[in-house]
Design a protein around this ligand. Structure first.
Ligand code: GDP
Length: 325
């Protein structure tokens, strides 16, 4: 059982620590690296080519060689609703293997502290809203991302078991839906914000009169900018509270319909928005209750409109750069 007690432990400092960010090229990992540059620590990274985290012996050898004091685990197979439906094996297998391998190797090498990234999809589909940490394993999961959720639940249960049996100290962070720099804009694999930005941008450029958005438009989603997540992770690491499982959200909840209108406005797309009900809605709502984190004094900074606006500007710049190269 995850304890709800907030116990107090020794204050943690990044000063002079060797901090390995596993998965540093992804959206979350790269945000962690940017945020850690403000700390007085040595940031360690390794490319996917050099280390395949689904291989136990490679992972063990690497951690033995690297000897990090701290590991922030952002490495994961992630994707939107369509990618999850298309590749459940990848989402379950890769994410489970990454957790098993890093956890075993870290315990063996005596790593001091780890941070694991979960997701709001670990909670039951019909959990009471806003969802608090105690909702875990109280009901069936949303089927469209069950494989990913099971892998993340296995990882957090494994972290609890390693804490109990070997004293390995882990923080378990459960972010709400994320977006931001280095987001995936692949139309099939992406999450909704980059998918809508791309669709509406292309529709505007081609003069298309309609754009099709998946589902009914009714689901509600809470969105958190990835820079806010990275800041919350560093805050939690340094906080003296010993929180076993912590939700990280923004409170910025919006329907998919209103999100579509917001993205159209940001992009300057003036055509009609159609809702394709042959595509899945996924979870009806997944707003996180973040009172644990708020009680420690952390607040998100990036507002949804300005965060999407910034992402759109960055993406257009990268497309221009790609076209010129
Ligand atoms: P989810 O939170 O796991 O469902 O992740 P997504 O970001 O993939 O989807 C969020 C919601 O946006 C779902 O209700 C989707 O049906 C809806 N949606 C609307 N248009 C799109 C789209 O073009 N791509 C994606 N990924 N989702 C979309």
């Amino acid at each position: 059982m995850i304890s709800s007690a907030i116990s107090v432990s020794e204050p943690f400092s990044f000063k002079d620590k060797r901090v390995w960010v596993a998965g540093h090229t992804g959206m979350v990992g790269s945000a962690l690296v940017r945020r850690l540059r403000q700390e007085d620590c040595e940031i360690l990274t390794v490319s996917r080519k050099q280390l395949d985290l689904t291989r136990q012996s490679e992972t063990e050898t690497w951690i033995e060689y690297l000897r990090p004091d701290v590991i922030l685990v952002a490495a994961a197979k992630v994707g939107g609703i369509a990618a999850n439906a298309a590749s459940p094996v990848d989402f379950l297998y890769i994410n489970t293997m990454i957790a098993m391998n890093i956890m075993a190797a870290a315990a063996h090498a005596g790593v001091g502290k780890l941070l694991w990234m979960g997701s709001s999809c670990i909670y039951p589909k019909f959990a009471a809203q806003p969802i608090d940490e105690h909702a875990l394993l109280t009901g069936p999961l949303e089927p469209t991302n069950e494989a990913y959720a099971i892998a993340k639940i296995a990882a957090l249960k494994l972290a609890e078991a390693y804490a109990r049996q070997y004293g390995l100290s882990s923080l378990l962070v459960m972010p709400t839906n994320l977006y931001g720099q280095n987001d995936n804009f692949d139309p099939q694999a992406s999450h909704v914000i980059p998918a809508m930005l791309r669709k509406m941008h292309e529709a505007k450029s081609s003069g298309a009169e309609t754009v099709s958005v998946w589902g009914t438009g009714n689901p509600l989603r809470e969105f958190l900018h990835v820079d806010d997540l990275a800041d919350a992770c560093c805050f939690l690491m340094k906080s003296e509270a010993n929180l076993p499982l912590t939700n990280v959200g923004s409170g910025d909840e919006i329907s998919i319909r209103d999100l579509a209108y917001l993205v159209a406005d940001i992009v300057g797309y003036r055509g009609e928005i159609l809702f394709d009900t042959s595509k899945p809605d996924g979870a009806p709502r997944k707003l996180l209750n973040c009172s644990r984190l708020a009680s420690l004094g952390w607040k998100p900074k990036v507002n949804l409109r300005s965060g999407i606006d910034e992402l759109y500007t960055r993406w257009r710049a990268s497309v221009r750069q790609f076209e010129q190269s």
